[in-house]
Design a protein around this ligand. Structure first.
Ligand code: SF4
Length: 375
């Protein structure tokens, strides 16, 4: 199970595509956080992956440290294996926290869109100035200490033209895990889709070149196809049953209200997406209903939502069209460009006997759970 803890709604960036836009609220209290951890502990059928998010979770560094210590203590008493990942915009990363995290085995996912033009298209400071110079050296610092940190790129029609150059720069900086999420709430016109094809072809060439040299990197748009090394291996995220909203994924907001995934948190406790709270418990009936809605659509055989499709993740479908049971134009158009390229990458990998950088070799399953959808 993956448990997203939204430690605060405050943030020191103002990204234009944010699905939980910053707003001031009281940060999560230790009492709420510990009850949330208990909830994840009780509900996890297998390993538990705790993802610290927000807003910007590093505004609550002390709370992160308390939760991790508590989680480690709980793990010593048996129960599920537990892993922690901080999803941060990087602005508040500093040496003492990185040193502490390394000692505790806490992983990072840093949201960063790549070259300056890409970052500046959406990820601005509150005064609308560039955040790039402030975060890019912190990213280097992070990657220097942890080569298993994931870089989380959001791809939009405005930034797609920078993808290949961003990937090249990130690889030069030492990144090896690149997780790309297309913004499917945007309209992807013909011109943007053509650029998407060119950029993905360029990344595909680099992906294969590096794999041939034994320096494979992880690039999420190609991975499901390429990480088929051992279909029987239950330790690998790609052979783990798909995560279901509300069942395998829960999110807790700063006040302790529980939702079936991070994307629903912004809808608030009065919405139909609130399952309950960490003190009073959660509604099993509502939880089952939401997961059944998400699952029913995903199981329709005639739909192109298998494997790597951008529409595979129920949360992404919900962001793009406001419901689980429809495929948005943007998702279909994106898939029509993306999937054939991913297919060709897979065919080349198989034909040449190349090995992908599989997370299973580097991360235990509880850590892998934090680097795949849904949100
Ligand atoms: S850093 Fe994250 S939480 Fe903050 S504005 Fe950007 S997307 Fe939203």
């Amino acid at each position: 199970m993956r448990l997203h803890l939204h430690l605060t709604s405050s943030c020191n960036l103002r990204c234009s595509y944010c699905f939980t836009p910053p707003a001031y609220s009281e940060p999560m209290s230790e009492a709420v956080a510990f009850r949330a951890l208990d909830l994840g502990w009780r509900e996890a059928q297998g390993p538990l992956s705790v993802v610290f998010t927000g807003g910007e979770p590093l505004l609550a560094k002390g709370l992160i440290q308390s939760i991790v210590h508590r989680g480690r203590e709980m793990a010593q008493q048996g129960g599920p294996k537990i892993a922690f990942r901080v999803v941060t915009n990087g602005l508040l990363l500093d040496e003492p926290f990185l040193t502490w995290a390394a000692a505790q085995g806490v992983r990072f996912g840093m949201s960063y869109d790549g070259v300056q033009a890409a970052q500046d298209a959406h990820r601005l400071l509150p005064d609308r100035t560039s955040s790039w110079a402030l975060v890019q050296w912190r990213l280097r610092q992070l990657l220097h200490g942890d080569r298993r940190a994931a870089v989380l790129l959001t791809l939009t029609p405005q930034t797609v033209g920078h993808l290949e150059r961003s990937v090249a720069e990130l690889l030069r900086a030492g990144a090896r895990y690149l997780v790309v999420t297309p913004s499917l709430a945007d309209a992807w016109g013909e011109a943007a889709l053509e650029v998407l094809g060119q950029q993905l072809e360029g990344v595909a060439r680099r992906y294969l070149e590096r794999a041939r040299k034994g320096k494979a990197f992880y690039f999420s748009p190609f991975e499901l196809h390429c990480t088929q090394t051992d279909p029987e291996n239950p330790r690998c995220i790609y052979h783990y049953p798909p995560l279901e909203v509300g069942v395998d994924v829960l999110a807790v907001d700063p006040a302790g209200f529980v939702f079936p995934g991070s994307v629903f948190v912004a809808k608030g406790p009065a919405s139909r997406w609130c399952l309950g709270d960490v003190f009073g418990g959660i509604s099993e009936r509502l939880r089952r209903q939401i997961s059944a809605e998400a699952r029913a659509f995903a199981q329709r055989d005639e739909l192109p939502i298998r494997g790597l499709s951008a529409t595979r993740c129920a949360s992404l479908r919900w962001i793009s069209v406001g419901s689980f049971d429809a495929l948005g134009e943007a998702a279909l158009a994106y898939d029509a460009v993306h999937l054939p390229i991913a297919d060709r990458v897979r065919a080349s990998m198989l034909e040449e006997g190349l090995r992908p950088l599989s997370p299973e070799g580097e991360f235990p399953l509880e850590e892998q759970l934090s680097i795949a959808g849904p949100f």
